[in-house]
Design a protein around this ligand. Structure first.
Ligand code: NAD
Length: 497
């Protein structure tokens, strides 16, 4: 909720950043002493210096993780013990809500109201949920002949490398940390070089909560340095990766070139949002499409960026989306009422503006937005942008833009809608809007996506798996299924004479 009484600018000015990494429960500089400058997308100004992790730092973090795993200080503790400590970790996260929210907002540009109301609570809930689950998950005994007993147990894997992006930095980290730590693993987290601040603070809170040293380490740094070193490491047992499809491809190569570690990729998306002409409440569909896409400056993997509308209602739908656009006017993320903030950096700004130029050049009609905004602030803002008349071959339709740009395509019938929706290398999410029950089921089944929404796009819960098909990745974050990623099934045969 907005907290108008807090002067977030004053708090931002007073921030003192400790950018040192967290290894073996301690803050330490990088082995080389090098740092990189963390800049705020709000105004392009430096926020602080952060340790630049490289091979030596990753080696130290992995060694600390391995020691912690092998001596059983965490892995061998009773699930009920891990539960209590992780619950405490979640409480400390909520206790540090204002500080974590401010760090997230200054680091990656999202409105403070959402850092407070979405990111911090979702992070705490994720950790608490896995804490609560871990002493309720039972192992199995196989139904074999009486001459033997076959136990099927879930064993923690060992050292998990978690590599996460700059969107929802805390939540993405929590989706790995929650199940991996609850299951008894040790973790080395490599946050994005564009948003390392909350990860470092989370590791401090974890130590304060009682997670033993070495169990949760954070090595900030660049992808090609710290990220590559971690993913290639011979003593890392699995990589939980969230990021672009391009980097996800590399993760699989790294595993092939090293120890065949497990790789769980949660990658990009270009989600289709299909609106049929039988759906009566077009206003709600339009508002939901705008909300889903423009939330978080369009920087959401599951943003409904390909909107497919039946030609009979397309004009009305687009007019209604355009009417929503003013609500998302970019503004200072540190003001309590701001709904759309800054995109993460200048590179991202240029990329998004480049896509907008290509949409125009390829013949789509820009209905609203289409420009940089608030350039005088020195920050990186883009107007919420809607293209009508987009066609399947256009770059704005094929590629993930990761900015506030909606492309609307028109279709004539259900078969064409399904074909267009599935005509993408991605398969993260999709939506179907219809008042016909049969059509809802038929189309939901036909859409190739990890999640399909029917007549909504907002529902989300830690109890529900999140992940994609095709080049949107494999594996699932969230829900009890995430334990599958961070545990190995072990069979123990016992002969009974
Ligand atoms: P990215 O792939 O550029 O970076 C992600 C992480 O990988 C960062 O920590 C980065 O430093 C690291 N990295 C980059 N190059 C590397 C390399 N060569 N070796 C090792 N590590 C490397 O992605 P991004 O731009 O930070 O994030 C945006 C992407 O994340 C989008 O494609 C979005 O769809 C995706 N995403 C997916 C999900 C999901 O659950 N499917 C959730 C959030 C974001």
């Amino acid at each position: 909720m907005p907290q108008p009484s807090i002067d977030w600018h004053a708090r931002a000015r007073a921030l003192v950043i400790d950018g040192r990494m967290v290894i073996d429960g301690e803050r330490r500089p990088s082995a080389s002493g090098e740092t990189f400058t963390c800049r705020s997308p709000i105004n392009g100004q430096p926020i602080g210096e952060v340790a630049r992790g490289r091979q030596a730092d990753v080696d130290a973090a992995v060694a600390a993780s391995r020691r912690a795993f092998d001596d059983g200080r965490w892995a061998h503790s009773a699930p009920a013990v891990r539960k209590k400590i992780l619950q405490r970790f979640a409480e400390l996260i909520l206790g540090a809500k204002d500080e974590l929210a401010l760090l997230e907002t200054v680091d990656m540009g999202k409105p403070i109201q959402y850092s407070l109301s979405v990111d911090v609570p979702a992070t705490a809930r994720c950790i608490a949920w896995y804490a609560e689950a871990v002493d309720k998950v039972y192992d199995e005994i196989a139904p074999t002949a009486r001459s033997a007993l076959a136990l099927i147990t879930r064993e923690p894997m060992g050292v998990i490398g978690a590599i996460v992006p700059w969107i929802y930095p805390m939540i993405m980290a929590a989706w790995k940390l929650g199940p991996a730590l609850a299951a008894g693993n040790s973790v080395v987290l490599k946050p994005s070089e564009k948003s390392p601040l909350t990860a470092l603070r989370l590791a401090e809170l974890a130590v304060a909560a009682g997670i033993p040293p070495g169990v949760f380490n954070v090595v900030p740094g660049y992808g090609a340095e710290a990220g590559e070193a971690l993913a290639l490491h011979m003593d890392v047992d699995a990589i939980g990766f969230t990021g672009s499809t391009r980097t996800g491809r590399r993760m699989l190569e790294y595993a092939g070139r090293s120890n065949l570690k497990r790789v769980y990729n949660e990658l990009g998306g270009k989600s289709a949002f299909v609106v049929f002409d039988d759906f009566a409440d077009l206003g709600r569909a339009a508002a939901t499409a705008a909300g889903g896409l423009f939330f978080n400056q369009g920087e959401s993997c599951n943003a409904p960026s390909r909107v497919l509308v039946h030609e009979r209602v397309a004009d009305e739908f687009i007019a209604r989306v355009a009417a929503e656009v003013p609500h998302y006017a970019p503004a200072d993320p540190l003001l309590a009422g701001t709904v759309m903030g800054a995109v993460v950096d200048d590179t991202q700004l240029r990329a998004v503006l480049g896509y907008i130029d290509s949409g125009r050049a390829e013949g789509a009609h820009c209905v609203s937005g289409g420009q940089q905004a608030l350039a005088e602030t020195g920050g990186f803002y883009v107007q919420p942008t809607v293209f009508d008349g987009a066609t399947p071959a256009m770059k704005i339709v094929r590629e993930e833009i990761f900015g506030p740009v909606m492309s609307v395509l028109r279709f004539r019938d259900e078969a064409e809608a399904v074909a267009l929706a599935n005509d993408s290398p991605y398969g993260l999410q999709a939506a179907v809007w219809t008042d016909q029950l049969n059509r809802a089921h038929r189309v939901a089944r036909a859409l190739r996506a990890g999640t399909v929404h029917v007549n909504q796009y907002d529902e989300d819960d830690i109890t529900v798996p999140f992940g994609g098909v095709k080049q949107s990745g494999n594996g699932r974050d969230k829900s009890l299924h995430a334990f599958d990623k961070y545990t190995e099934l072990k069979t123990t045969w016992i002969r009974i004479d």
